[in-house]
Design a protein around this ligand. Structure first.
Ligand SMILES: *Cc1c(COP(=O)(O)O)cnc(C)c1O
Length: 356
């Protein structure tokens, strides 16, 4: 049997998401937190494995809605925010517009569901190209617009004025999803306070970057009517009982969550200043838990780091060759910087540069 003939063309041409498990000593490739939460284990002990989980994840939604200053009806739970992206595109369809470079799942899921992608390049400062965005919105009439702010992989927040302009100019034509996966690490407040003003504004949050990536817990926060429609395509038991119990427990201790975030933000500052001092490295300012940096020979440096036990993410095609490093523990960051310096010192490219 020729299986190929049975695969839908949009799926056939799709590349599976690259989540390779490369063994390494220092893992700084996936924007995970270096700090986990042992309290999760206490909570899951009372979970009854023979029963289905709460399909509404009510206790968890209550806790999140209180934190966000919203009602539980404004929250939808996802198996990570990845699943919520799937649900949004399933519910509303395309075209789906997003700036590039950005989080790859917007494009992958759009294609998986057979919808049309509209990609608009960011400007030279990695901010939204306001004119270009508004023009493509007029021309392609997207039903959904995804804005990751802070943006992965560039690390910056987009101009809030431009985001607002996009939301206002599409108030009757598009839904605008501001993906705030990294908002806890940013200096600005984010867009949750604006939710009451704009029915077409939706916000995604996740626990993944805050030390709970293994649980797969994300949230959509939006107008109650919007949530109601997306909820119709949600699989009834999408959030398993262990994850619900652990997340409820960990969200009780806001102090511990905040402490970890402060630690990472402070380490990010140190890491940035160390990177800035290295010849041949151009780090970009970050409001997230990672730093993107330009380097002459991105492939060579990536492989060199890996030989030294340090795994980062190779962002091919971004800004003429970039690597993305997650902020780790002080020790992990030191090992990374030491390895990077060593590699660049021995790199013929860098030497050639200096010699002219
Ligand atoms: C990591 C990431 C997510 C994925 O979050 P999950 O909740 O783990 O699915 C969503 N958006 C952006 C921009 C991310 O970088």
């Amino acid at each position: 049997m020729n299986v190929k003939r049975f695969v839908k063309p949009n799926v056939y041409s799709l590349q599976a998401y690259q989540a390779k498990d490369i063994p390494c000593r220092v893992k700084l490739d996936a924007n995970e937190s270096p700090y986990g939460f042992m309290d999760a284990y206490k909570a899951v002990r009372s979970v009854r494995t023979n029963r289905y989980p709460d399909p509404a994840a009510q206790t968890l939604k209550n806790s999140v809605s209180k934190e966000a200053g919203m009602k539980p009806g404004n929250i939808l739970q996802g198996n990570g925010s990845d699943e919520l992206i799937y649900y949004l595109i399933t519910t509303f369809g395309g075209p789906v517009l997003y700036p590039v470079p950005t989080f790859s799942m917007y494009g992958i899921i759009t294609q998986a569901l057979g919808e049309k992608k509209v990609e608009v390049p960011l400007d030279k400062d990695f901010d939204l190209d306001e004119k270009g965005m508004l023009m493509e919105i007029r021309r392609k009439k997207p039903r959904l617009i995804f804005l990751s702010s802070p943006n992965n992989p560039t690390g910056n927040c987009f101009s809030s004025q431009t985001i607002l302009k996009i939301i206002e100019s599409t108030s009757s034509t598009s839904l605008v999803i501001v993906d705030e996966a990294y908002q806890p690490f940013a200096s600005s407040k984010g867009f949750i306070p604006m939710l009451g003003d704009y029915k077409n504004l939706l916000i995604m949050r996740t626990l993944s970057k805050m030390g709970l990536a293994g649980l797969r817990v994300g949230f959509l926060i939006a107008d109650e009517e919007v949530i109601g429609h997306v909820n119709k395509v949600r699989l009834p038991f999408n959030l398993n009982a262990l994850s619900q119990a652990a997340a409820i427990e960990i969200l009780k201790d806001k102090k511990a969550l905040k402490k970890n975030i402060r630690l990472i933000v402070s380490e990010r500052g140190k890491l940035f200043s160390e990177l800035s001092k290295i010849a041949g490295i151009t780090p970009y300012p970050s409001e997230a838990n990672f730093i993107l940096f330009g380097v002459e020979d991105a492939d060579g440096v990536f492989n060199g780091l890996l030989k030294n036990g340090v795994l980062v993410r190779n962002m091919k095609g971004v800004g003429g060759g970039c690597l993305r490093v997650t902020v780790g523990t002080p020790d992990e960051n030191r090992i990374f910087i030491r390895a990077l310096k060593l590699i660049l010192k021995n790199s013929p490219l860098v030497k050639a540069d200096k010699g002219g």
